[in-house]
Design a protein around this ligand. Sequence first.
Ligand code: AMP
Length: 357
Amino acid sequence: MLRPGDTIGILGGGQLARMLCLAAAPLGLRCHVYAPEADGPAFDVCAERTVAAYDDEAALGRFAASVGVVTYEFENVPAETAAFLSARVPVRPDPAALARTQDRFVEKSFLRDLGLEVPGFEKVDSLAELESAVARLGRPAVLKTRRFGYDGKGQAMIREGTDPADAWAAVGKHPSILEAFVPFVREVSVVAARSLDGTVAEFDLCENMHRDHILAETIVPAAVRPETATAALAAAEKIAVALGYVGVLAVEMFIVEDGAGERVLINEIAPRVHNSGHWTIEGARTSQFAQHIRAVAGWPLGSPERLGRIRMLNLVGRDADAWPEIAADPRAHLHLYGKGEPRRGRKMGHVTHVDKD
Ligand code: AMP
């Protein structure tokens, strides 16, 4: 168990790392941020910094020696980096969880083997395999690269009339999976924490709206039946337990409606704090960032109790230009990540509204 004054190492210097640092401070814990880019938003608020590549073993060695535990803000931490660090210092969540979630085929197979419902999927390593997968799964279907996809990058829809060769070229002919298109009525997520002693605490089910594949808005609680929310939370807990997970993870899901009612299909696991959990900073008794810090430090979790009805809006690109008006609304909780250029599609900040239930 880390003690006040101890240091947590964080791989990645983006807004998630920034909010982790901000959550560690009130607990008396320091953060050492390690990232290859010198201008990461986390560098404004951390106690120690290393700007170095993820394969710089000298820098990684010094980093490991300076911290009591290492965690990360993104799932694409190279396996070699995670292995190098975990030989020297506890890495939480365990790098095995990364290995399970970095590759969509491995991830979907893991979920299916757990008995959870996932969209139909097939492994695709060539155009010929894509053509036969389309024949089996039907159209529409979504082709996704197995690795390094996020916010809809590395994806191509195969509709009636789409030439599979065009979709195959669109994903760069990288190893991929083809997924049956899910006619979902809502997208939801569960943000859950699991402590070192195995206690699980879950926030209420989040409902997410995307624009251009980027999260635009989260509403909590999600407008689903109580038994659907219970099933979604149970699925996330099952995943956290099966991974032996320590820290916060998010599970993104689709809700489909059929004659029998609502069904939950798992889309993907994010082994980290998640954008759909940003509302917890003001909207829950303990934020997802504080939960993650507590978990990786070996501390007990706080209460995930929700404090009201939640609406969280992402400020993407030029949305952030509205900061003066948002700042003038005394009930709006404005967060700006300290990024420079409001480039198109770049997450610049978010704003949370918490209303009495
Ligand atoms: P992903 O990168 O897998 O989270 O996908 C990004 C977004 O694409 C999701 O949030 C959905 O809106 C959409 N999407 C992904 N997979 C499917 C699918 N199998 N069926 C329908 N929509 C999907």
